[in-house]
Design a protein. Structure first.
Length: 422
């Protein structure tokens, strides 16, 4: 049980709660003109529904981003780039390519993807044993994923909300040393290149909530690199597997494999679905949650420190890890974690809800040989993001770095902070 709890805490990140104090902000200025920004929104061609977390890649390069929860994106392309085409992909949809010249007609372009799920139902294959598929996926991971360590650039964001109000928003450009998939014992390394925070967007009445580990912990959601975090040695006895369908991702056929823990297992494990490339048996996307039926045990796994007289109950969790393919090799691409808690004070009539979100998108993979990050510069699993970056607002701060476009609610909160600053 002790080993299991340590694994879960590392995977999920740790909440630390303290009494509230006030935080101040400062201002900085930066500008760059070596790039062109292209903005748009990804939608379902049939229903006009927004498509969140779609992959947007500058074709023929490693420059990439993802759409936000509203389906919107922004990608910055260096003026000297010879590539002039975006490749957009989404689970269950046909890939679409868009010439950058299309953005000259509209500053904000609507890009529609055609769903393929209905056409794939006839091709659905039902392997007999889901556990055997997982076994083959884990066996093949050293062939399907990078054999070499890679230096990456990424964008990281974490937010904390008290009910509907943002308490904290932190963002950073990060340098990543991604260790190869042949070495199970070597962890990835992260360094903050530049970052900002906007704390106290809306003050909390009672608590300051802090998320420990930031991007260093979020990297552990790479379940291909760290399969033991979910699929322990005894996973065949813990989980029930069920094949749902076949879908297309990047114009390749994938199994959709559902999993959930057996009903007789009392300890909290996970449930969700895996998207597995049929030809190569590689996980290309994973969406999963922690089973919260045993709320008391789940709460113990999340909370590291809290004031006396407070009961904290996890309400729901959602995690995602996705990968992109290039030259028949899959690369770590995007991770996201969302957790919501209910907080009850012993002597107060009303409770509150706290929501935490963190996400990390790889925006570039660097061709030169990867170098490890010096220990003193690494972001550690016990570090706090807001202690590593400065507080300010500057619309030109990111320069030519690619980022995840903030969704409407985050953008509104940042503007509210800016009005307070002015």
């Amino acid at each position: 049980m002790k080993k299991r709890r340590i694994i879960t805490e590392i995977l999920l990140g740790i909440l630390v709660l303290f009494p509230v104090w006030n935080l101040s902000a400062s201002y900085s200025d930066n500008d760059s003109t070596q790039f062109i920004s292209y903005q748009g929104i990804i939608k379902n061609a049939k229903t006009n529904e927004d498509l969140p977390f779609a992959s947007i890649i500058l074709k023929g390069t490693n420059v990439a981003t993802v759409s936000n929860i509203d389906g919107e994106f922004i990608i910055k392309v260096n003026k000297s780039s010879t590539s002039k085409t975006l490749l957009i992909s989404y689970i269950g949809y046909k890939n679409n390519t868009i010439s950058l010249s299309e953005f000259e007609k509209a500053k904000f372009l609507t890009i529609k993807l055609d769903p393929l799920t209905e056409h794939l139902k006839e091709l659905t294959v039902r392997p007999e044993d889901g556990a055997e598929i997982i076994r083959q996926v884990l066996y093949n991971r050293h062939n399907n994923y990078s054999h070499q360590a890679i230096s990456m650039t990424g964008f990281y964001r974490e937010t904390i909300k008290n009910r509907r109000n943002y308490v904290s928003i932190s963002e950073a450009i990060i340098d990543i040393y991604k260790s190869n998939y042949d070495n199970d014992l070597q962890f990835d390394q992260v360094k903050i290149d530049k970052g900002r925070k906007s704390s106290n967007v809306e003050k909390m009445d009672t608590l300051l909530v802090k998320l420990q580990g930031g991007p260093a912990v979020l990297m552990l959601l790479d379940i291909v690199k760290h399969p033991d975090n979910i699929f322990t040695e005894k996973y065949e006895n813990i989980y029930v597997f069920e094949f749902e369908n076949v879908v297309s991702i990047n114009d390749r056929l994938h199994y959709v494999l559902n999993f959930k823990q057996n009903s007789y297992i009392e300890e909290p494990y996970y449930y969700g679905k895996l998207y597995i490339d049929i030809e190569r048996l590689a996980i290309t996307d994973a969406i999963f949650s922690l089973n919260l039926e045993n709320k008391e045990e789940a709460s113990r796994q999340f909370i590291k420190k809290k004031p006396a007289g407070v009961t904290i109950t996890p309400m729901n969790t959602t995690y995602r890890a996705s990968y992109t393919i290039q030259d028949n090799t899959w690369f770590f691409n995007y991770v996201r974690a969302e957790v919501k808690f209910k907080i009850d004070w012993k002597k107060k009539l009303f409770n509150t809800t706290i929501s935490l979100m963190s996400e990390l998108a790889v925006t570039d993979r660097l061709p030169e040989m990867a170098e490890k990050i010096e220990r003193k510069e690494r972001f550690g699993r016990s570090d706090f993001m807001e202690e590593k970056v400065d507080a300010f607002f500057d619309p030109n701060y990111w320069g030519d770095y690619n980022l995840i476009e903030p969704d409407a609610s985050i953008e509104q909160a940042i503007r509210k902070l800016y009005r307070k600053y002015k």
